[in-house]
Design a protein around this ligand. Structure first.
Ligand code: ATP
Ligand code: MG
Length: 442
């Protein structure tokens, strides 16, 4: 792909309306465009990144045995009246009437709809557990949309739901998501800490928020620093291993604002281990038993008895993660974005010096791109006649993890190659392809 033909509207300077660095960068390199308050279009660069994040989220849901479905964005008010939340949800819910004057709404979450789907098909405990997810747009009419796509009104969310026969089995389901979340965020290059959290309008009493540390985050957090050292590798998907995993985290004090208690914090955490800081909520898991299954009559037959199923729900802010990764990986002083290769919009930028009289470097760039395509490496060529240093600056912002620079003295078979924030090396194209592909595999 040529940058001159791509839709990447880069701004010369930082947009002044953006207060945090993710919002600044996303506008600066044209990842998003606001269409109205808290509502955005996703342009090619932003959309590529979001789709890659979505795929990582999907793979980790699939790995713990969750089945993908797709529910609509528009829901009927009827089911929300059954659960009692039509009243409770308040102003954040966007309520709509159709031409028959029926009450509809744009889904802010899907507990009611999934419970309705479940109850109409599953009758026997032998079909349990059922774990289902979808990745779909949500609408919440936030009082103060801000920070670009971090707190907006229309956003993209993965939400999953679990149905089990009893508490013990439901905890097992909960713990599968606990593990899947740790793995997902790790693959996205983030350190997310599970913290005991309030359940808010979803309800229930067991809940963890997954938070990444960031000065610009909206969640206040209070934690024992040692929680950052907990390992979650090589965990088997079985009850005991997963229970142990949760215990390993829960031995440390780690809570958000609503659950914070100064006396407990000081009692449980040695002074040298105390950390009070801010973070971004990227995921949230809840266990709420029969809060919805009872009023909505979702039950199974178990040994002749009617048992209301025990449910949990599990959200990941897919679109918010784009901003969260930028907050974690963008050096706004040096103006260098370091996308993890798992979600980078391009793997490698090819930056040739091109002049009016000499486009031999462009030919080399074309040859490199061809080889990249054969090896499933996503490259982009800067085919403009700008000078090399302004091209490099541009790609530092776009943040492809690698750059090949074809300058004045570039050779036929050996190329100047660097990581976006690293030093140059001269390497053969074969070696470059090997390095990029190794990185992609890890
Ligand atoms: P918050 O406390 O940030 O308002 P929430 O607790 O209301 O979020 P959940 O219902 O737990 O949100 O939603 C699951 C995930 O969806 C959140 O962890 C977050 O990553 C994302 N999310 C929620 N609200 C928004 C929003 N307004 N804009 C972007 N992402 C959001
Ligand atoms: Mg939440």
């Amino acid at each position: 792909m040529y940058i001159s033909k791509s839709f990447i509207p880069i701004l010369k300077n930082n947009p002044t309306e953006a207060k945090i660095k993710s919002h600044q960068l996303m506008l600066r390199v044209g990842m998003i465009k606001q269409s109205s308050s808290g509502i955005y279009s996703w342009l090619p660069l932003g959309f590529k990144v979001m789709k890659k994040i979505e795929q990582v989220v999907r793979e980790e849901q699939d790995r713990v045995g969750v089945q993908e479905i797709l529910m609509p964005t528009i829901q009927s008010a009827e089911i929300w009246k059954e659960s009692g939340r039509y009243q409770d949800y308040g102003e954040e819910m966007l309520r709509i009437k159709d031409r028959q004057n029926r009450e509809m709404l744009y889904g802010p979450t899907n507990e009611e709809l999934i419970t309705e789907i479940f109850r109409s098909s599953i009758k026997s405990y032998k079909s349990l557990p059922q774990l289902l997810y979808h990745i779909q747009w949500k609408f919440r009419d936030e009082l103060r949309p801000r920070f670009g796509i971090m707190r907006c009104r229309e956003f993209y969310m993965k939400d999953a739901y679990s149905f089990d026969l009893n508490d013990d089995e439901a905890q097992f389901s909960y713990n599968k998501f606990f593990l899947a979340y740790l793995k997902t965020f790790k693959r996205l290059g983030l350190t997310a800490i599970p913290m005991a959290a309030d359940t808010g309008p979803i309800g229930g009493n067991l809940s963890h928020e997954f938070i990444i540390l960031a000065e610009t985050g909206e969640s206040k957090i209070y934690t024992d620093k040692r929680i950052f050292e907990v390992k979650s590798d090589d965990i088997k998907i079985e009850k005991k291993s997963l229970t142990d995993l949760r215990k390993r985290y829960e031995q440390y004090y780690a809570v958000t604002d609503e659950k914070f208690n100064e006396i407990e914090f000081n009692k449980n955490v040695l002074e040298k281990n105390r950390l009070k800081t801010k973070g971004i909520e990227v995921g949230h898991i809840f266990y709420f038993g029969d809060k919805y299954s009872k009023p909505m009559d979702a039950s199974v037959d178990f040994q002749g008895n009617k048992e209301f199923v025990k449910m949990g729900s599990y959200g990941i802010g897919v679109s918010r993660l784009v901003g969260a990764i930028i907050e974690a990986k963008y050096d706004d002083k040096k103006e260098i974005m370091k996308w993890p290769i798992s979600v980078a919009p391009f793997d490698c930028a090819i930056i040739p010096l091109i002049t009016k009289n000499d486009n031999s470097n462009l030919e080399k760039a074309n040859m490199i791109l061809k080889k990249f395509n054969l090896n499933k490496i996503q490259g982009i060529i800067d085919d403009t006649e700008e000078n090399i240093s302004s091209k490099i600056k541009k790609f530092n912002l776009i943040g492809a993890p690698y750059q090949i620079i074809l300058g004045k003295k570039s050779e036929e078979n050996i190329f100047e190659f660097k990581e976006v924030d690293g030093d140059s090396q001269n390497l053969s194209l074969e070696k470059i392809i090997e390095i990029i592909n190794n990185k992609k595999r890890n």
